[in-house]
Design a binder for this molecule. Sequence first.
Ligand code: 1PW
Length: 202
Amino acid sequence: MIKAFHSSFIENDIILGEYLEGWRELIKFMDALGTVFTFISQETMTKVNILQGYLNGENGKSYRTLLTMVKFELENEVVNFKEFPPNRVPSGCRTLLRLHRALKWLEVFLYKLGMSEGHGQTSEMCADAYHKTLAHHHSWFIRQVAEVAFLALPPLKEMYTVVCVQKHEEAKTVLLTTVDSIVKVYNITQEVYTMNGMLDLP
Ligand code: 1PW
């Protein structure tokens, strides 16, 4: 995941293939956290698959990077600024916006894990990160589902095993390096979406 997110940015652009690879790795991590995360991981996978479908499709070349995707979808008027299109695959811009918002949650959560000095409750850190970020974009129902999943998060030590480290110092380095890459990816995307008035796509 670190490698993929780290290789996904070039100057002011994002390479979509690498970005999606980063998400797929994160989904593997979520799957390792148990069945309560299934709903969250499946929903995330649906978004990744929509974008991968565009990337593998007939206009795949236009979906190579964030900037080419935005340009292509604007020129072809398929972004859908006003309504969520029924009976059609949602646009790449709309789909990536959902992942982009979720990335902020991940960034804040991993930062908290990294700075925890080996103490504290993972479920609290995760819920706190969620309330500060993604929860603002979710319905009441989704928020309840998410809250239940957080309660099932394993304790810190077990989580370290999932990310293949043993000591807190090691975990801190791995986590904060990841946060660093995620911040870069997030900021580039945020800038592109802000410039194009796309932060509220339905
Ligand atoms: C261990 C921590 C991992 C953090 C990973 C972040 C993944 C975030 C996925 C949250 C999914 C919650 C359930 C789904 C909600 C959808 O309604 C929502 N999708 C997302 C990705 O936020 C909005 O998509 P929609 O309904 O507008 O198509």
